[in-house]
Design a protein around this ligand. Structure first.
Ligand code: F6P
Length: 549
């Protein structure tokens, strides 16, 4: 395949890989302005990336060669862009409130009815007590979007509060669920079982434990009565919710054409609406829709998701930078890195193209992160003085999320830290006059390419803009690499192997073809368990021997 843009980019990369960022600013007086892009209170600043407008123009030409515009049309036409599963990817339709697709509008209305009952304290458990706690049981896309948005938006000024307390449980080992159950009253607790497939073992095992706890704590009530007042289900598989015994009135639906990690906009958002109210949830949808319109209608050179994606392609495929740190300078966004890890790595962690060939280039980088001020005291040492080049993505809010003078002062401090850290990351100690007097161990080499995303303020709307920005960015990258971002076959085999190994963990014979390492680990686990069971037995004997006091 002819790829003139790619060859031109390779040539440019030779220059940008070795030119200090200071030199780029010295050479281009309008750089900060030319590489800053905006939409509705969201600013994308690429000026501290190792590129210029010429590089972006060449990357846009490459996007032309990869038929990006045609793929964007296919996405919004509802074509089956998820080729391996023969499905459309219409998460964007969930946020188009004006178009009111009938199914979408109906489910949103049902969600609103449920949410209002909780806010009005009218949703009561079997004993007639108003419910105060809702626990979402879900994992991956059925957890990360809601948990991220709930933490970002709850108790934000202007956002409704006073509903129920919402909790999130995802891990299959029960370590999140057990301490919650120990504190809560079953009569005042409701569970939302959130699972697109309704077969995810992590979620269903937590759900079984939750049901047993409800039954134990609410004696005298039948399982059906308990489920009616204490269990909701959110899924694209209503027949499986039926089989689990969730009453139809407590079921909220979404559809196959919503990928798990793109489902925060669907009824999977129920926990978000329960914590911040429906108006905030609709504002979140409106932000996402504004980004859809921008993405569909803006020329590529000013299109935020496209520019973010092309910058990422430039770093990975031309500058050989294979890792990216996500650094929000806003504690409310503490789950933003985990959210993006799933969105990006589960979508684009692929090595086979849509037509089954090996990819020509590296795909998704390794993504990790932490709230910036905490990361400063954890892994920034590596970013400043380690040996790896890491693309750094800063997320800042211009105004604080609370109004008190103390919070304003703390917010100023946080912003000053973010700006200073970015200076050091990008320019190193070159910004100091006397840097060359410093001993080697105090030098900062700089050269870490930084992207800044600046929100005027964190609101449901701006969070919607941000999430949809990344969803589309992931799609653009996938088109550039020729891969399908909407499937996740790589997580399936692990689940099958776990099912096969479970009996052996429980004490049955080990599979004959088990590898040596797994066999040895299982043997050790078994013998450790035997020792611990024997110790428990001894303790029991001692207690009986010493008798009651
Ligand atoms: O919502 P479900 O069907 O329980 O799946 C949970 C998660 O599991 C995955 O399939 C990966 O194992 C994700 O894509 C998904 O978000």
């Amino acid at each position: 395949m002819m790829a003139p843009a790619r060859d031109a980019l390779r040539q440019r990369a030779l220059h940008f890989a070795t030119t200090p960022l200071q030199a780029l600013f010295a050479r281009e007086p309008r750089r900060a302005e030319q590489l800053r892009f905006q939409l509705d209170g969201l600013t994308l600043d690429l000026s501290k990336q190792r590129l210029d407008v010429g590089v972006l123009t060449e990357l846009v030409a490459l996007a032309g060669e990869r038929e990006l515009t045609r793929w964007v049309e296919k996405l919004f036409a509802g074509d089956p862009v998820n080729v391996s599963e023969g499905r459309a990817a219409k998460h964007w339709q969930l946020r188009d409130l004006a178009a009111r697709a009938p199914d979408v509008a109906e489910q949103l209305q049902r969600m609103e009815t449920i949410v209002e009952q909780f806010f009005q304290r009218q949703w009561c458990g079997v004993r007639g007590d108003a419910v105060e706690h809702v626990i979402n049981l879900g994992v991956g896309g059925s957890d990360l979007g809601p948990v991220m948005a709930h933490h970002a938006l709850r108790d934000l000024p202007g956002v409704r509060s006073g509903g129920v307390s919402v909790h999130f449980v995802s891990s299959m080992d029960g370590s999140q669920l057990a301490p919650l159950l120990a504190q809560l009253d079953p009569a005042r607790t409701v569970f939302v079982i959130s699972s697109k497939s309704f077969i995810t073992v992590d979620t269903l095992s937590n759900a079984r434990t939750a049901l047993a706890w409800l039954q134990q704590g609410l004696p005298g009530w039948s399982e059906g009565e308990i489920k009616q007042r204490h269990v909701f289900g959110v899924s694209a598989a209503p027949e499986r919710m039926d089989a689990w015994g969730i009453p139809a009135a407590n079921q909220l639906l979404f559809w196959d054409w919503v990928g798990g990690r793109y489902s925060v906009w669907s009824t999977i958002g129920l926990p978000i609406a329960l914590s911040v109210g429906m108006q905030a949830f609709r504002d979140f949808l409106a932000g996402g829709h504004a980004m859809d319109q921008h993405f569909r209608g803006t020329p590529l050179m000013a299109n935020l998701p496209v520019l973010l994606a092309l910058t990422s392609i430039w770093n990975i495929n031309y500058l050989d930078i294979h890792t990216r740190a996500i650094l929000p300078y806003e504690g409310r966004l503490k789950f933003w890195p985990s959210y993006l890890e799933q969105l990006e790595m589960e979508s684009n962690g692929k090595s086979v193209t849509r037509d089954g060939q090996g990819v020509a280039d590296h795909t998704c980088p390794i993504i990790w992160g932490e709230v910036g001020p905490n990361a400063q005291h954890a892994f920034y040492q590596l970013l400043h003085q380690g040996t790896h080049t890491v693309a750094c993505e800063y997320l800042l809010c211009a105004t604080p999320s609370g109004a008190s003078p103390e919070l304003q002062a703390q917010h100023d401090l946080t912003l000053a830290n973010a700006l200073a850290q970015m200076q050091l990351m990008a320019f190193g100690d070159g910004i100091l006059d006397d840097a060359d007097q410093l001993p080697p161990h105090s030098r900062y080499r700089g050269g870490q390419p930084c992207t800044t995303l600046l929100l005027d303020a964190l609101t449901p709307y701006s969070l919607g803009l941000l999430v949809a920005l990344y969803e589309h960015k992931v799609f653009v990258e996938a088109v550039m690499w020729g891969i399908n971002p909407f499937d996740q076959w790589g997580v399936e085999m692990g689940k099958q192997l776990a099912t096969r190994l479970l009996p052996a963990v429980q004490g049955a014979a080990m599979p004959a073809d088990l590898d040596g390492s797994t066999r040895a680990l299982l043997e050790q686990i078994r013998s450790l368990r035997e020792v611990s069971a024997a110790a428990d037995l001894d303790k029991g004997r001692c207690r009986r021997a010493s008798g009651p006091r």
